[in-house]
Design a protein around this ligand. Structure first.
Ligand code: UD1
Ligand code: CA
Length: 477
């Protein structure tokens, strides 16, 4: 595609986005794990333009800081006053060296636009030798968009008329301007000097350049998008939710076609960065975010939220919240587990029901089946941690580490008061509070001796149901 390499892609992102009713600039709102602007930049970057420019204005410090984070080769240009889309492009071109070739203009609020659609636009533009090619679409409801006005006889594009400037007849047109264009760079720069602010909004409309160019005898064309949903511009949070749904469906479709079973796409949400190997299964009501990766044969869900988590081949994760965790091959997690950052579960290991882990390395085959907190710990291979155990890692000032060896059997209801070490093959008795290291192979018992005070109930609770039951029991003996 290097034949179609644009001289520049200019992304317009200076507007405030008042209709979002938000303290966050519109283009920084996120769907599917990326800001709206991040989606646009990713599609633009795929064209490999010589210059990638974003016009910033409203909340420019935040927008520029965000851009630096996502792509440090972007040039941001400040449009101090938002005098319209034409003005925004003019400001951008004035900051760049004189360009030759194709300039693509797009908006920071059209996150569904794919790199393929942009490539197709540029290819059409080049093939026809146009001065400008607008990406248009036929939409069910054109309200708010600029309308593509065509010649009644030959169907050629005459102009774009904004909603606020349109006649009733023009408002009935359902072919709209997506806000995305391919321009000949030099003709664009020239046309921008000829547009006026003589319109309903008193702004320099980029869209007016089409009529200027056509009247000067240049070729003006439109490429109609195959799927009108792709060009949707986000102006409010209803549209934000709609776009999120469309993008999510697209991501899940890709996952399914590459071999993942998504049992209920309607209740499954994924980020663009999530990866599935073939033969994975995702059960309903599951959210997969960030750099989450599901290996082959693994099953995740139902009711699970995984962020930046890797799930090994054949693992099972049910009713779980996990953040920055590594789940080994054939491990089982949940139901009702909470894996916090730094949890590393070895192959065939288990983090069971009502188990919370944080900064914990669990060896191959080791099980923590029930009701436990494992924080700041290393456990070897094939050990079993008894139900209701707590790794007491915090003394009120600092966190401390617990180490448990391989092939250990620790009793139920143990407290491991860190820092403490339990050696390989050691046992601990149920109810123990382990405060001292346990040597390999020994049994540690750390609890009060049981004392039975006979006849206590008859003396202290005479006449009670308990006393009667006790009396009957002794009579029956
Ligand atoms: C614009 C188009 C309209 C099109 C629609 C598609 C114009 C005049 N109208 O209308 O034909 O159907 O997009 O979504 O071009 N921006 C700046 N600086 C400005 C003004 C806008 O950077 O001075 C940016 C905005 O941040 C936004 C984009 O340009 O990302 C479009 O601006 P917006 O105000 O949303 O235009 P629309 O009224 O939607
Ligand atoms: Ca818009």
């Amino acid at each position: 595609m290097s034949a179609h390499r644009p001289a520049a892609v200019v992304v317009l992102a200076a507007g405030e986005g008042t209709r979002m009713k938000s303290a966050t600039p519109k283009v920084l709102h996120a769907i599917s794990g990326r800001s709206l602007l991040g989606h646009v930049v990713a599609a633009a970057r795929a064209l490999d333009p010589e210059n990638l420019v974003v016009v910033v204005g409203h909340a420019r410090e935040r927008v520029t800081a965000h851009l630096t984070e996502i792509d440090d080769r972007i040039r941001s240009v400040v449009q101090y006053e938002q005098n319209g889309t034409g003005h925004a492009v003019r400001v951008a071109l004035e900051e760049l060296p004189a360009l030759n070739g194709t300039v693509v203009i797009t908006a920071g609020d059209t996150p569904l636009l794919t790199a393929d659609a942009l490539r197709a636009l540029v290819a059409t533009h080049d093939a026809y030798g146009n001065a400008v090619t607008v990406l248009s679409a036929e939409v069910p409801d054109p309200t708010g968009y600029g309308r593509i006005v065509r010649d009644a006889v030959d169907g050629s594009v005459l102009a774009i008329v904004e909603q606020k400037d349109a006649t009733d007849g023009q408002r009935a047109i359902r072919e709209i301007n997506s806000g995305v264009f391919a321009f000949d760079a030099r003709l664009l720069a020239d046309a921008l000097t000829k547009i006026t602010t003589d319109n309903a909004q008193g702004e320099e409309y980029l869209t007016d350049t089409l009529e200027v160019l056509r009247k000067e005898g240049h070729r003006v064309g439109a490429a109609i998008a195959a799927d009108h949903r792709e060009i949707a511009g986000i102006n409010n949070r209803v549209q934000l939710a709609e776009a999120r749904r469309v993008l999510n469906d697209r991501l899940l479709e890709r996952a399914m076609l590459s071999g993942a079973t998504i049992v209920d796409p309607a209740s499954t949400w994924v980020d663009v960065t999530v990866e599935f190997e073939p033969d994975t299964v995702v059960l309903p009501n599951t959210q997969l975010y960030g750099a989450t990766r599901i290996a082959t044969g693994a099953e995740v869900g139902p009711n699970s939220t995984l962020t930046d988590t890797t799930v090994g081949a054949g693992a099972r994760v049910s009713n779980t919240v996990a953040d920055s965790a590594e789940i080994g091959e054939e491990a089982t997690v949940g139901p009702f587990a909470y894996l916090r950052p730094g949890t590393r579960l070895g192959a065939k290991s288990k983090a069971g029901t009502y188990v919370e882990m944080k900064n914990a390395t669990i060896g191959e085959g080791t099980k923590v089946p029930h009701l436990s907190y494992v924080g700041d710990a290393t456990i070897g291979e094939y050990s079993n941690i008894g139900a209701a155990s707590v790794f007491v890692n915090y003394d009120g000032q600092a966190k401390h580490h617990t180490t448990i060896g391989s092939h250990c059997r620790t009793g139920s209801d143990n407290m491991f008061v860190a820092p403490v070490t339990v050696g390989d093959g050691a046992y601990t008795a149920a109810g123990s509070v382990i405060t001292k290291d346990v040597p390999a192979g020994s049994l540690a018992v750390a609890r009060g001796q049981q004392r039975n005070i006979e006849g206590w109930v008859a003396r202290k609770r005479p006449g009670s149901a308990a006393a009667q039951a006790a009396e009957q029991a002794s009579g029956a003996e």
